[in-house]
Design a protein around this ligand. Structure first.
Ligand code: MD6
Ligand code: FE
Length: 211
């Protein structure tokens, strides 16, 4: 067994047209120390949004491009505005995971250059949005969940309405592209897990091709 991948023939669930979940595809115990290293040089921060309030999810980045938000809008930037340094590099194990997951569901040659890392505390949520700051929507997004379970919501072509809810668990990988690439989605308010009281947060890593 490879340390990053729990299964050589992973199960694939298509939860929405061209939105795939690979349940338990990776091992968060391998990823967590790599996240911690990134966070030491580019700390989690709450960003200001163009709407004028801070996000309740904290975020940081690694890769050639990092996603940034301030009062003027959302964009990808080469340097961390907080440290004026380039974002840390994407660790090779992260690259291997992202490419392998994309390839598994039919997106060949995915070469992410941006990796956003979100940190949710209990009570954090992410409102309905589209991921549309990337240059070419032919590339998918690969999303990795670590820690507490979260309810991922897919609203589809419009911002609101009744979503499809899907519970993402520790080690799950979601790949999202094609017809799904621009759909509205969000994350419901994070709840404590009575069965795992020591786990107090959720980390979500998303890989994108920004340019
Ligand atoms: C999250 N993820 O799961 C937030 N966006 O914490 C996202 O907003 C997201 O996971 C696009 C594709 C996959 C995602
Ligand atoms: Fe998103």
């Amino acid at each position: 067994m490879h340390d990053l991948f729990s299964d050589f023939r992973p199960k694939v669930e298509e939860i929405y047209p061209e939105t795939f979940v690979l349940p338990h595809f990776t091992d968060s115990k391998v990823l967590k120390p790599l996240v911690n290293t990134i966070v030491r040089s580019a700390p989690f921060r709450h960003m200001m949004t163009p709407m004028g309030y801070y996000t309740n999810v904290a975020l940081t980045n690694c890769g050639s491009w990092g996603w940034h938000s301030d009062i003027t809008g959302y964009r990808y930037v080469k340097q961390d505005p907080q440290t004026q340094r380039n974002w840390p590099a994407i660790p090779p194990k992260f690259m291997q995971l992202a490419k392998n997951a994309a390839q598994t569901v039919g997106f060949a040659n995915f070469e992410p250059d941006a990796c956003l890392i979100n940190c949710y505390q209990i009570g954090s949520q992410l409102g309905s949005h589209q991921d549309k700051n990337e240059q070419d929507f032919k590339w998918p997004i690969v999303s990795v969940s670590i820690g507490l379970p979260a309810t991922f919501q897919i609203f589809g072509k419009i911002r609101s309405g009744s979503p499809i809810n899907y519970q993402l668990l520790d080690g799950d990988v979601m790949v999202w592209g094609g017809k799904s690439r621009l759909i509205y989605h969000g994350v419901k308010k994070l709840q404590a897990d009575k069965l795992n009281p020591k786990t107090q947060q959720r980390i979500n890593i998303t890989f994108r091709k920004a340019r």
